[in-house]
Write a protein that binds this ligand. Structure first.
Ligand code: FE
Length: 339
């Protein structure tokens, strides 16, 4: 950590000596939808003296804005959720390659874009939850969701959601598009209801009895466990069990939050310093403590709510392989009639 922060401060000082007129600023385009991120930003400013100007919006809006602004875009860093969106920003030419010894050393290779245009800073497992009072034999793999045994039991998000697209793309990378097309069709046949709502709504579906099995990112459950949920009683929460799927083969699917430096970043050095800060132990611990996510950097401590979920084997497929299959995933989902 000392070494990382020293490197970080070194970068910041180098930036400040470039020209006295250059403002110590950073324009951050962020679609991370967590108000707890506030601390990440204030800690960075305290550490480096670099002020963060935050432009928040949903990822598609921010991407459209950067495209429209073109060369004149003030964006330095684009921070968002999910490989699907980072890959889209990169393919539109909105991100630049970054050479950083800190990022190379801290972030595992499979959590970086092949061209270093984006990096993952936190991870979440997309796993299966079930009603412990109703389901004796919960599905143990993603493939199991296609079993006739679970007819009318599954609640899951829509095909327009990036989490759904991301896991489908990962399954295509592992199993091939034909196998996943058959899988998607069978899963649609097992739906308890038409896809609706966010991840927490899938968990609430189990609590209300509408769903027996649901798919959700771990941090939604960990957050409800940590601070309660106004639509689920403690007893209902207690009756929700979970399975980290595919522990004997590919591992549990992980999706990520990450970011990169904008192509026309006016404050490029500050942008790189910010990404390096996000990879520091301090920021990595905060992703776990503040938003119940898994750190991207190996060996960083987990918060109690995240540790509560238990040890598991994650899928460590290269995120670039997922990004390559996103278009195929959307096609497969549409073909299966997945709303
Ligand atoms: Fe989310």
């Amino acid at each position: 950590m000392t070494r990382t922060l020293a490197a970080l401060l070194g970068t910041a000082i180098a930036a400040s000596t470039l020209t006295a007129a250059q403002a110590q600023e950073l324009n951050l385009y962020s679609s991370r939808h967590y108000d707890t991120d506030e601390r990440l930003y204030s800690d960075f400013t305290e550490l480096t003296g670099i002020t963060i100007n935050r432009i928040e919006g949903n990822a598609d809006e921010l991407i459209a804005r950067m495209e429209a602004e073109g060369e004149n875009s003030p964006a330095d860093v684009f921070l968002t959720v999910d490989t699907v969106r980072l890959a889209r920003a990169a393919s539109l030419g909105l991100l630049q390659s970054v050479e950083s010894a800190v990022l190379e050393a801290r972030i595992p290779a499979y959590l970086q874009d092949d061209d270093n245009q984006w990096f993952a800073f936190s991870q979440r497992a997309r796993i299966l939850f079930y009603d412990k009072t109703d389901v004796e034999n919960p599905p143990l793999t993603y493939q199991d969701l296609a079993s006739p045994e679970y007819a009318g039991q599954i609640c899951i998000r829509s095909s327009t959601n990036v989490y759904t697209q991301n896991i489908t793309a990962a399954l295509i990378a592992h199993l091939g598009a034909d196998a996943v097309a058959d899988w998607a069709e069978a899963v649609v046949g097992n739906f308890a209801r038409a896809p609706q709502g966010g991840d927490t709504d899938q968990l609430r579906g189990i609590a209300s009895g509408e769903c027996d099995i649901a798919m959700s990112n771990t941090y939604y459950y960990a957050r409800a466990f940590r601070r309660g949920d106004d639509q689920m009683t403690p007893e209902q929460l207690e009756n929700i069990g979970w399975v980290f799927p595919n522990q004997n083969d590919i591992g549990a699917h992980m999706n990520i939050s990450g970011g990169g430096v904008a192509t026309h970043a006016p404050n490029r050095d500050n942008a790189i310093a910010f990404l390096e800060y996000l990879a520091s132990d301090q920021a990595q611990e905060y992703f776990s403590a503040g938003n119940d996510e898994y750190p991207a950097v190996p060996g960083v401590a987990l918060s109690p709510s995240v540790a509560h979920l238990g040890i598991f084997r994650p899928d460590t497929i290269d995120l670039s392989d997922i990004a390559e299959n996103v278009d195929a995933a959307v096609e497969v989902l549409n073909g299966a009639g997945w709303e």
